[in-house]
Design a protein. Structure first.
Length: 98
């Protein structure tokens, strides 16, 4: 399970959480916040992709700063989506079971 540590592991874990919300039937309440969370996960994947292939072209310092920016954007999007989802769970009434 070496590939699950670091940024890639965090992104895969968050996506697994979104899949579990989908199959539990709770995704209907948080469609828009889940989009923000998914956008944050995509920024994590962009961070992994750029850190693997750009170091030789840009140099170490530029790559570190670029990685920091991608991770900061991912964290902001995930926090906005998570807080919005918590508010949606608290304020919206329970959905009917099908």
């Amino acid at each position: 399970m070496v590939f699950l540590d670091g940024t890639l592991g965090i992104a895969i874990g968050i996506l697994a959480g979104l899949v579990l919300l989908r199959y539990s039937g709770l995704m209907d309440k948080i469609i828009v916040p889940a989009g923000f969370i998914a956008a944050g996960v995509m920024f994590y994947f962009i961070d992994v992709a750029t850190s693997l292939g750009v170091t030789d072209m840009l140099g170490e310092t530029a790559t570190v700063w670029l990685s920091f920016i991608w991770q900061l954007l991912a964290l902001i999007f995930i926090l906005i989506g998570a807080l919005w989802a918590v508010v949606a769970f608290i304020t919206k009434p329970k959905s009917k079971r099908r």
